[in-house]
Design a protein around this ligand. Structure first.
Ligand SMILES: [Zn+2]
Length: 490
């Protein structure tokens, strides 16, 4: 019989102790009851409250894992960037990787050849991934001072040597060289999973390239983390079908883009932006997408469509509403602006609303300007919930931090966008969005915390809605994260 562990002293589904064995909850009760029932058990004294562990309804495991291995230079000035890079150089052997730098910071760094030499070998991506900064020696080692790839540019300094700034195709050989010692895609996914466990997250819906699909399948074969994978729709071959990848993950769907983003004013709108020309455009021809989606849905793929603007949302629903049903319902990603009556349409088609409240942290000011005349229809979380639409909440990591505390903060305060009270979820709706909503969005049943259920629990002093992170996280009964002092052995 598998080892039994009793955690006593914390609130758990109305009781004060839980016994865990073989990945499942064996029993709930008081500490004394459970110790009496299982005399050979290990007993651990805890405090606070156990909550069901959460899931993230939309993120990118491989990209998040890769981002975690890099220095985040977004919003840093030159002095702060130098400090962050120098500290990281002291910790890292091999390539030093950074990302998120703006054009001005890259130019300032490129003007510091001595600094770049100390940081070598170095690879920093600009925020838009079109420009890369390396150290002069690494550029020279790849012959980029003698031969510039077609479609690329290598910046030279007054001495005629590369400054390290490489643009477009000239960046690719360097990017490839810097990836070689990265430990591969599976190591990156492992890193992402470890980071998510610290946030009390034990599963996710993840959007991946073919490389990511493979890496997620391999990583979740070994680590207790559930992954429901959507692959880029254009990458899925004509014979492919949804399938399980080990017992914890599955390829369930295909993802397509209909528009861009609010920040770049490329979200596709019914009416022009309030603060500039144009109303965005569809990124792909909807007619062309239609037959592709139909073929995938017939083979059992759930179809997910990226739609941020209200015109994109309508077109997305026109496309996926009539598709044959798959094991996992079809879904729309982001839904940041909708037309009146959209929530009812969505409800009638059983399509999932996949929403990332933490985007509001970046979007709030943009939305107030771009959609000033239609704020009542922006971020309509409450309206969707009250219409009975299935809502799955997520973070879009690495675009935003995957902390549920951050997501809950914005889910509960979305009314800050203005335009009335159709935005904020209440706490019960939001927590449901981070668990039951995600399970149901992939066609899975959500278990109640009780005997027989998977032991997926997170122990908090108070709870994520208070800004707390967990101190102990169990995934399939394994202690996948444990803060110092999380328990004492009794
Ligand atoms: Zn995403």
């Amino acid at each position: 019989m598998a080892q039994i562990v009793i955690y006593r002293g914390a609130e758990v589904a109305g009781k004060t102790a839980v016994a865990v064995s073989g990945g499942r909850i064996l029993a709930l009760g008081t500490g004394d009851e459970l110790i009496g029932a299982f005399p050979g058990a290990i007993v651990r004294q805890v405090s606070g409250s156990f909550r069901p562990a959460l899931l993230d309804g939309h993120l990118h495991l491989l990209a998040y894992g890769r981002a975690l291995g890099e220095v985040d230079l977004a919003r840093l000035d030159l002095a702060a960037a130098c400090a962050a890079l120098t500290a990281a150089r002291a910790r890292a052997s091999g390539w030093l990787r950074g990302r998120g730098a703006n054009a001005q910071l890259l130019r300032q760094l490129a003007a510091e050849p001595e600094l770049l030499r100390r940081l070598a070998p170095l690879r920093i991506w600009a925020h838009d991934l079109h420009t890369l900064l390396t150290d002069p020696e690494s550029a020279r080692a790849l012959g980029l001072d003698r031969h510039v790839p077609a479609g690329g540019a290598v910046e030279l300094g007054p001495d005629g040597l590369p400054t390290g700034l490489l643009r477009e195709t000239a960046a690719l050989p360097l990017a490839q060289a810097a990836e070689e010692d990265e430990g591969g895609a599976e190591a990156a996914v492992n890193r992402a999973i470890q980071a998510l466990w610290r946030h009390g997250i034990v599963g996710a819906v993840t959007f991946e390239t073919p490389e990511g699909v493979k890496a997620v399948g391999a990583a979740t074969g070994k680590l207790p983390f559930r992954a429901y994978v959507y692959e880029t729709g254009h990458d899925i071959g004509s014979g492919a079908r949804p399938h399980r990848m080990g017992h914890r993950s599955a390829l369930v769907g295909a993802k397509f883009f209909l528009d861009g983003t609010l920040g770049s004013r490329t979200a596709w709108l019914v009416a022009p932006y309030a603060d500039g020309p144009g109303r965005g455009l569809p990124r792909h021809d909807p007619e062309e997408l239609r037959s592709r989606m139909r073929s995938l849905a017939r083979r059992g793929f759930s179809v997910a469509v990226h739609a941020i603007g209200d015109a994109a949302a309508e077109a997305a629903l026109d496309l996926i509403g009539p598709l044959p049903a798959a094991d996992a319902p079809h879904r729309i990603e982001h839904l940041q602006l909708v037309r009146t009556g959209f929530a009812e349409r969505l409800r009638a088609t059983d399509v999932t609303a996949s929403i990332q409240p933490c985007h509001l942290a970046q979007d709030l000011e943009d939305a107030r300007r771009a959609w000033a005349d239609r704020l009542d229809r922006a971020y309509p979380y409450r309206e969707l919930a009250e219409a009975g639409v299935r809502i799955a909440l997520g973070s879009d990591a690495p675009v935003e931090d995957p902390s549920p505390a951050l997501g809950l903060h914005w889910a509960l305060r979305a009314d800050a966008v203005g335009g009335g009270r159709r935005h904020s979820l209440d706490l019960a709706q939001a927590l449901q969005g981070y668990r039951e909503g995600v399970y149901r969005s992939v066609g899975m049943r959500c278990e109640n915390v009780g005997p027989g259920a998977s032991a997926n629990l997170a122990l908090y002093a108070q709870g994520p809605e208070h800004g707390d992170g967990p101190v102990l996280v169990l995934s399939e009964g394994q202690e996948v994260f444990k803060a110092d002092g999380a328990y004492v052995e009794a």
